[in-house]
Structure formats: C-alpha cells, structure tokens
Ligand binder design. Structure first.
Ligand code: SF4
Length: 143
C-alpha cells in the first residue's frame, strides 16, 4: 500500500499529515541572505534566537509567533513562494516531485536518521547576536 505522501498532493493532506512531513532538520530556522543582483539565497549557520542550537529544534514551536512575530508559516497553497526552502526540505521535495529520501523519518521510522545523514543543524549553528555577523557565516549545507 502506498504512503500518503506518494498518493496525495500537498494541498490534499490533512493537518496531521502536513505537519508530519517536516523532518525537523532546523535549516529553515537559519538566517538566509539574498543576493540582490541575482536573487540567489545563501544559507548561514546563524539560527533564530528561539532555536535550541544543540537539538536543532524550536524551543516553543506552538507559540513561536509570540516570540518571533515574523516566523513564517508554511502554507500548502503558497508553496511557490517558498523557493528559499533548502533543497532537502520535504515540502520542497514533494512540491518538485522528488519524493522523500531514505533518511526522512517517515521512511526510516527513526527521527534520528536526519542527524545521522548529516541534515540536522543540531550542534552545528550559533545564535544571532551583536558579535555574530551572518554575512561572514555563509554555509553550504549538504544536498
Ligand atoms: S527545512 Fe523543511 S523539513 Fe527542515 S525543519 Fe524546515 S520545514 Fe521542516
């Protein structure tokens, strides 16, 4: 029997299915820089202040907008606007018809498979702050 992410379009998924697609890599919680000339987006290793840099998880996901009002909510109807998501992101992968990788927890059955495959930011990022300049901290995260 096929899994829901193989048979349903993103717009057809239930809230629970949609939320379960997030592999919790934490990459979308990193600061990004956009080149004004060519529009290319560069990732850094500088994290949102609400991210736990050791676990790579949001410290208050349910109430994150109270702490960080401009934190974006992914919307299935507006995925075209989320081309800044990392190429490994499950939402972007499915939107582009690339399926889920074998390290995704829904495929592996193991939440830690993301970290083992090198796709979690846990322990690999720092918090924003006056001494941390994102422009000097551009990182190429693994594809
Ligand atoms: S980049 Fe995508 S898969 Fe990773 S934490 Fe963000 S929404 Fe979830």
């Amino acid at each position: 029997m096929s899994a829901f992410w193989q048979t349903k379009r993103l717009q057809e998924m239930s809230r629970e299915e949609w939320e379960s697609l997030c592999d919790r890599c934490g990459k979308c919680c990193l600061h990004k820089l956009e080149n004004e000339t060519d529009g290319l987006v560069y990732y850094t290793d500088v994290a949102c202040r609400l991210l736990d840099t050791e676990t790579g998880q949001c410290r208050d996901y349910a109430h994150r907008h109270r702490h960080v009002p401009d934190c974006l909510t992914l919307d299935p109807a507006a995925l075209e606007a989320f081309d800044w998501l990392p190429s490994t992101c499950a939402y972007r992968r499915l939107h582009e018809g690339r399926g889920l990788p074998d390290w995704h927890p829904l495929v592996s059955g193991d939440p830690d498979s993301v970290r083992r495959a090198g796709h979690s930011v846990a322990g690999r990022c720092v918090h924003e702050g006056p001494d941390v300049d994102p422009e000097t901290r551009i990182v190429i995260w693994p594809e």
